[in-house]
Design a binder for this molecule. Structure first.
Ligand code: CA
Length: 310
């Protein structure tokens, strides 16, 4: 190869290596609309280096997705959290120039996302529920049952929960987000969820444990969830989820959400060998090594959205 040609190749190599990483990516996760991740109860965007959706944003970005991690009140009603999310969705649309977003919500993040899709369907391409509290959590029912509002034990739980939520907000750099544990518990209970669903029914199954409508108002609805509690001997949160699962009286659940409650729109799968925290790759990647990695599920889903023109 003559010197001039090799210099040209070298210059070309430098030029290509200066291009953004996305240009090199396969495009496997390259959705048309930005992906917006929405956390659950006691959630946050990140506390220091620890993300709520642990390792998931980077894995989605690696092959082309634009990903935004939102932060709403750690503990509050679905409607309050939904309004906070709507404001952030509008900011994301303004920054990216996109016309819609793909919302992916974990736990309380699912009804929070559904609220935005319900009040502003023009801004949403899809809603995906991961371990979503779509028809309430028997654990919230249990808490409200043993500690009804007005009792001393309820006041103690509310006070503890508000304190924890304020601490989470402070640590994650959003100390001003309003926290209201009593409203969160009411929203996550079965009666509270059914009341919310009556006003915002899109994608929610009308049968007890079937699928919901795949598409409502031009918005695609999907869900998946785990149905196991203890999945990794090294994860200190597993015994807690084994305990909370007792509130479900043998009904399949992921430790905090019943399998049927997790259904929304197209049910991709509802019995992964994952617990409620595994669904967001917690604690810090300690998940079931005999099950598909949760990060892989998010990547596969981004590809599913992409192939659906979303
Ligand atoms: Ca885990």
């Amino acid at each position: 190869m003559n010197k001039r040609l090799s210099n040209m190749f070298f210059a070309l190599f430098i030029a290509l290596s200066l291009l953004p990483a996305q240009t090199w990516a396969t495009g496997y996760t390259g959705t048309k609309y930005p992906i917006v991740l929405v956390h659950g109860l006691f959630g946050f965007d990140n506390i220091g280096p620890v993300e709520y959706f642990y390792g998931i944003p980077a894995a989605l970005r690696a092959d082309g997705a634009q990903v935004f991690v939102t932060q709403v009140s750690a503990a509050n009603s679905t409607e309050v959290r939904g309004e906070q999310l709507l404001a952030q969705v509008k900011q994301i649309l303004a920054v990216t120039g996109a016309s819609k977003v793909n919302l992916i919500g974990h736990s309380h993040g699912s009804p929070t996302s559904r609220y935005v899709a319900s009040v502003r369907p023009d801004l949403v391409a899809s809603v995906t529920s991961v371990g979503g509290v779509n028809k309430g959590s028997k654990f919230a029912d249990f808490l409200l049952g043993v500690a009804p509002p007005g009792t001393y034990s309820n006041a103690a739980i509310v006070s503890l929960t508000n304190g924890a939520s304020k601490l989470i907000s402070f640590l994650s750099g959003q100390p001003k987000l309003p926290q209201n544990a009593a409203m969160a518990a009411a929203s996550l209970s079965t009666p509270g969820s059914l009341k919310f669903n009556a006003a915002h029914p899109d994608g929610v199954p009308t049968s007890a444990c079937g699928e919901g409508a795949y598409n409502v108002n031009g918005i695609a609805y999907y869900s998946w969830s785990g149905a196991q509690q203890a999945t990794n001997l090294l994860d200190a949160s597993d015994p807690i989820l084994v305990l909370t699962s007792l509130a479900f009286n043998g009904e399949p659940n992921d430790g905090l959400v019943g399998t049927c409650s997790s259904h929304l729109g197209q049910v991709i799968r509802d019995n992964y060998a994952m617990n409620h925290l595994d669904e967001v790759n917690q604690l810090i990647g300690l998940v079931n090594i005999f099950e598909t990695n949760p990060v892989t599920l998010y990547r596969q889903h981004a590809n599913r959205l992409k192939n659906s023109g979303l």
